[in-house]
Design a protein around this ligand. Structure first.
Ligand code: SF4
Length: 483
């Protein structure tokens, strides 16, 4: 069964009860965070860079229409084709048409979260195509029949032993094989596919409006192969990926690899402007750029959530998030996990369906502090919670609504005058007695047990503060007199 955003609590519980997942997540996130911390220390102008990056994103998103049209025109000038896809199915259909035209049988893919978002692999496989993920992490999750659990490290949830067993089952390798050996086997398999592929599909880290250039950063060289060996290259990008100029790219290239993998620069940075030109040896004969909306305009029209479109998909907020560190990406039931996923998913799939995600946060603010473009994720999560509570308050057939109302009315009546307040706190102290054990309340009857199932309930102090204060004053006066 595929994980879903409406099943977050169950999925999170399952993840918490999986010791191997806990170990893999803790090891990987600690490792990436340490690497990032070292790489960031070298930047003396970090804050200036973050502010510049944010400003660029702010200005671009404010004039998105202009930059997207400029990008379209430059890509066409460079010989590429551009297709605007309003929804996932528009992009799927365009790719299916191309596949048919080219009589394609094998598609290789470089890591693309947008293709995950539109369920492209399943769609193409239904059409009878062989689809091969070429990023090692993606290749692993594809072999396992799973989804990526992290934007940057898709197989972060798997231990070395699990990968070795998977490779043994699917590729016939030795289960004791070292990581280097497993990588070599994967590389050999993938290399064959690159040479046979009819179409290469990638995402885009950035698309530069002034030159029509697609920018891709990677470490394994698979994107280079995917974009240059097959005769057709399809780029699938969300509307938010456009940036105005090459000079802006410099700012982002200083921040993105450091935040994502703790590197000064990734091993490969590919800048692709149009398909292969006359006289060039490498590159595809055709380049198609699909610019996808798929709900992003809705985010754009929502001032409270707009800044989520500044996201570079570096994954740093996932690594630092105490919730993600414990439950991992699959628990979110969405392509986009972690703090930024909790913001993006509700407008993409519907607030009610993803209603648990805005609460999958401690609001500690670590995601905002680590974000290279200073996206205020906690603020957006609060906005989403506010939207949900508004909806909840209008849901008259919900018993929780009436219980909450009853408690609020009782509370406000009790707080209206001193006598009622004193009487109320006396009653509450009496009522809490049967549940009090070692100054803690760990078990309350239903419906309050929903709270105490996972945390203690703080009991009222044995002595009210007012009495404590009066006693204290009295004893200090007695002391003074005695002196
Ligand atoms: S929200 Fe910020 S930290 Fe999180 S993935 Fe996006 S850019 Fe990175």
């Amino acid at each position: 069964m595929k994980n879903k955003p409406d099943n977050f609590h169950f999925q999170a519980k399952t993840a918490l009860n999986n010791p191997s997942l806990q170990q893999a997540l803790s090891k990987a996130t600690t490792h990436i965070l340490n690497k990032r911390a070292r790489a960031i220390q070298e930047l003396t102008d970090l804050e200036t860079l973050r502010d510049r990056a944010r400003r660029i994103k702010e200005q671009t998103i404010a004039q998105l229409n202009h930059y997207l049209l400029q990008l379209e025109s430059e890509v066409r000038k460079a010989g590429g084709k551009v297709y605007w896809a309003r929804e996932a199915r528009d992009a799927q259909r365009y790719i299916a048409k191309l596949v048919k035209q080219k009589k394609a049988q094998l598609v290789v893919k470089g890591k693309s979260m947008v293709s995950e978002e539109i369920g492209l692999n399943e769609y193409l496989e239904k059409l009878g195509l062989e689809v091969v993920e070429t990023d090692l992490g993606e290749y692993i999750v594809q072999l396992a029949g799973e989804r990526p659990s992290h934007i940057i490290a898709p197989a972060i949830h798997k231990s070395r032993e699990e990968v070795a067993l998977l490779f043994q089952k699917k590729l016939g390798t030795n289960p004791e094989a070292e990581i280097s050996k497993l990588t070599q086997v994967a590389r050999e398999r993938l290399r064959e596919k690159f040479f046979q592929a009819d179409i290469g599909i990638t995402g885009a880290n950035f698309a530069i409006a002034e030159t029509g250039t697609i920018v891709l950063v990677e470490n394994e060289g698979n994107i280079r192969f995917t974009t240059s060996l097959p005769p057709v290259h399809i780029v699938l990008m969300g509307i938010e990926k456009v940036i105005p100029t090459l000079a802006d790219l410099v700012v982002f290239l200083k921040l993105l690899p450091r935040s994502a993998t703790g590197q000064k620069l990734p091993s490969y940075v590919s800048l692709i402007t149009g398909p292969r030109r006359d006289g060039e040896k490498d590159g595809p004969e055709e380049l198609h750029l699909i610019i996808l909306d798929n709900g992003r305009s809705r985010i754009l029209s929502e001032p409270a959530l707009r800044e989520s479109l500044y996201c570079l998909r570096c994954g740093a907020c996932l690594n630092i998030c105490p919730v993600y560190q414990k439950v991992g990406g699959h628990a979110y039931g969405s392509v986009y996990a972690g703090p930024i996923g909790s913001v993006i998913t509700p407008p993409l799939v519907g607030l009610y369906r993803a209603r648990a995600l805005p609460y999958a946060s401690t609001l500690c603010g670590a995601c905002r502090d680590i974000c290279p473009v200073k996206i205020n994720i906690p603020h957006m999560l609060l906005q989403l919670r506010q939207g949900l509570s508004y909806r909840w308050n209008r849901n008259l057939i919900n018993p929780g609504y009436w219980l909450e109302k009853l408690l609020t009315i009782t509370w406000s009546m009790g707080m209206k005058d001193e006598g009622r307040y004193r009487f109320g706190s006396k009653v509450a102290r009496l009522l809490q007695r049967p549940f009090l054990k070692k100054q803690k309340i760990s078990h309350l009857p239903y419906p309050f047990s929903r709270w105490t199932k996972s945390r203690d309930f703080t009991p009222l102090a044995a002595k009210p503060f007012r009495i404590w204060w009066e006693d204290n004053q009295r004893s200090s006066k007695d002391h003074e007199r005695a002196d």
